[in-house]
Design a protein around this ligand. Structure first.
Ligand code: SAM
Length: 261
């Protein structure tokens, strides 16, 4: 007799949906916003997301010759930053060999928006673009020195499967940096933050990207993501050691950083 498997339910913003529905709807969100994605990030955060990413990549400390994988990498901002910082470190230490980076994303529209950027030529074959699911990466065990995910893991249907996959493809001693929206550590600012995010962000989405719903999803999905300590435990349970947390802008975003063991 054939058995019907019931799919696990997960959150899509404030809705409960099946895992496969979440995957399909997340793809729809980023397909819809891809062409305005970078502009919207700058507008929503007044450019501050660049400072968070800059600090996150400095903490990751890219080195010449390393292999970097940016999962849910979208338009490739972190991968470019990795190569730039690794080259600077190489120059300082007189090392000629170069780092390489892969931007991996489930959504080809986001990758295409990143590939269209003019500055790609300077990376001369060191920057690759791969369309794949971060929960099931097309790489052998122990391939990378560093894996990053910025503002991506919140969208995964199965976050734990993702974390285990990152550990699998990292070399022992490799670094994982996850930058994600998090929970405010300054309660006095919570009301102002809520007013801004529930009202201004969907409005900006409607005016600039012509898509209010996707930005409503963004705001709701941030509330569904676990707090700093819970996510730290998830990383530890997935096999990461010495997991540290750095809060940015009073916890609006946080970097979780750990070492693969
Ligand atoms: N990392 C980029 C940044 O910080 O600008 C893009 C972040 S964007 C908010 C989230 C990205 O996660 C989207 O490009 C989306 O397609 C990607 N994504 C969502 N689920 C994914 C999955 N399971 N595997 C790979 N990418 C995924």
């Amino acid at each position: 007799m054939s058995e019907t498997k019931t799919e696990r339910k997960v959150s899509f913003g404030f809705e409960e949906v099946t895992e496969s529905e979440k995957v399909a709807r997340v793809k729809g969100v980023f397909r819809s916003v891809a062409s305005r994605y970078d502009l919207m990030n700058d507008l929503m955060s007044a450019g501050v997301h660049r400072l968070w990413k800059h600090d996150a990549m400095n903490k990751l400390n890219p080195q010449p010759g390393e292999r970097h994988l940016d999962v849910a990498g979208g338009t490739g901002e972190l991968a470019r930053a990795f190569l730039e910082l690794a080259d600077k470190a190489g120059k300082r230490r007189g090392i000629a060999y170069k780092a390489t980076a892969i931007v991996c994303d489930i959504n080809d529209a986001m990758l295409e928006a990143g590939k269209a950027r003019a500055d790609n030529a300077k990376w001369d074959g060191r920057l690759d673009w791969v369309c794949a699911d971060g929960q099931s990466l097309p790489y052998p065990d122990r391939t990378f020195d560093a894996v990053t995910v910025s503002f991506g893991i919140r969208n995964f249907a199965d976050r734990v499967a993702g974390l285990e996959e990152f550990r699998r493809v990292l070399k022992p001693g490799g670094r994982l940096g996850i930058l994600e929206f998090s929970h405010m550590t300054a309660p006095a600012l919570q009301a102002a933050y809520d007013t801004y995010s529930y009202n201004v962000i969907p409005l900006l989405g409607s005016l600039v990207a012509g898509d209010k719903e996707s930005y409503q999803y963004l705001v709701e999905s941030i509330r569904q993501f676990p707090d700093q300590e819970t996510f730290r435990s998830e990383m530890e349970n997935a096999g990461f050691a010495r997991v540290s947390v750095i809060n940015f802008s009073g916890g609006i975003a946080a970097l979780h950083f750990g070492w693969a063991v």
